[in-house]
Design a protein around this ligand. Structure first.
Ligand code: CP3
Length: 370
């Protein structure tokens, strides 16, 4: 092994950037590559189904609320020590099989200089919504120098995580465009879709810009040590399959193909995407995330040879424990028909979730055998 393909990632570990192999000098920590999560993502046999939760960090955890006191959301995302602590909190509490990097889908836009904030209880709010070609041209491309705190946080995290893989993420072009065009959260994405239908030149420029920012931001995360990535197209379910294929899929494919050389599994997730699952796989995903509205048994044939992730209704964590675990067992059984299955909720952990109940769910999934 020569120096040009070995990068130091922090205390006692190194990455071979040709094979993305993360090894640890402490053999007791095991090898990330052999983790149940990465094996399932690659469609390899696993002893048991791995589990993690979208939004496992955040407001459902009292320890999160404590460390966030007096610190703004975006401010917290740019502080490597806070990012490390918040990312590790759910791993410590639940013993989940993967960590997800604590950040937000609008963070890379903030990093390149877009004037935006995340308002508590509201979500991302953009000061000057993007409507014209000039507005798009004013958004800089992302370089690693824009996000030094991201590289620093991930290097510190992978050193702490040992054999537990870290998932990096970005928001897909359509979902991020919705915040930029609407200026904030939207139910029907009417202005966004009006641009898509009526101003194809602006749409193309904007989605290309976001796709390139996404690919650059994901590359920074993987080069710092993330061993999988998830592309969140949370609001893609607002689209018909034809519109998705024509006006959105090419840009998500640009992101997923743009990082294909890195060799890490790419998870592609959206909400309400029952009619889009095949296309979301074809966009270049290794794993297709499924929300809770589509039975996993219906989703599996749609994604071909790819692994699936999901898909317990997040409100089932509010049900009696035996109801929750019975539904989880159905999903685990259905997942066996896929080339790989990663257990998750069908969308993010709700802020009012009881962490003790999520802990019971985790223990159930990790001890379940067919
Ligand atoms: O644990 C994890 O999953 C990692 C952290 C994470 C956050 N945002 C932290 C966050 C992830 C993966 C995201 C992605 C994200 N952000 C998505 C895609 C996932 C999804 O839920 O569909 C979207 C659409 C956003 C945009 C966004 N940011 C929304 C809609 C909100 C919620 C607004 C609210 O307060 O209800 C945010 C804020 C946000 N992002 C919080 C967290 C922990 C809450 C902010 C706080 O604690 O004050």
């Amino acid at each position: 092994m020569t120096d040009d393909h070995v990068a130091t990632v922090g205390r006692g570990s190194w990455v071979d950037v040709r094979t993305r192999r993360v090894a640890c000098h402490h053999s007791a920590m095991g090898d990330v590559r052999d983790s149940a999560f990465l094996r399932a993502a690659r469609g390899e046999p696993v002893g048991r189904t791995p589990v993690w939760y979208m939004r496992q960090a955040g407001r459902s955890l009292p320890e999160y609320l404590r460390v966030r006191e007096g610190v703004g959301m975006l401010e917290s995302c740019m502080d490597p020590d806070l990012v490390t602590e918040i990312t590790l909190q759910p791993v410590r509490r639940y013993g989940v099989d993967a960590a997800i990097f604590y950040s937000d889908i609008v963070l890379p836009l903030k990093a390149v200089g877009v004037d935006l904030d995340i308002k508590p209880g509201v979500g991302p709010v953009v000061a000057h919504p993007v409507r014209t070609l000039e507005d798009v041209a004013a958004i800089p491309d992302l370089t690693p120098e824009h996000v030094p705190f991201t590289s620093a946080a991930i290097r510190s995290l992978v050193a702490e995580l040992g054999a537990t893989p870290l998932i990096g993420f970005a928001g897909a072009p359509f979902t991020v465009a919705s915040y930029l065009v609407e200026g904030g959260p939207s139910k029907d994405h009417a202005l966004t879709k009006a641009m898509m239908y009526g101003a194809p030149d602006v749409w193309d420029a904007l989605l290309r810009k976001i796709a390139d920012i996404d690919a650059a931001y994901l590359r920074v995360q993987v080069e710092a040590g993330a061993s999988a990535v998830q592309l969140f197209d949370s609001w893609a379910g607002a689209l018909t399959p034809d519109d998705y294929r024509r006006s959105v899929m090419p840009y998500s494919a640009r992101v997923l193909e743009g990082i294909g050389d890195l060799g890490v599994p790419r998870i592609h997730f959206g909400v309400g995407t029952g009619s889009l699952l095949g296309l979301m796989g074809e966009a270049g995903a290794d794993v297709v995330g499924v929300d809770w509205r589509t039975p996993l048994s219906s989703a599996v044939p749609l994604v071909g040879d790819r692994a699936v992730q999901g898909n317990l209704d997040p409100t089932l964590v509010f049900a009696p424990t035996e109801v929750m675990t019975a539904r989880a067992a159905e999903i685990l059984d259905a997942g066996r028909a896929a080339s790989g299955h990663i257990f998750n909720l069908g969308h993010g952990v709700l802020p009012s979730t009881d962490p003790d109940q999520l802990k019971r769910l985790t223990e159930f999934v990790q001890s379940y055998r067919a």
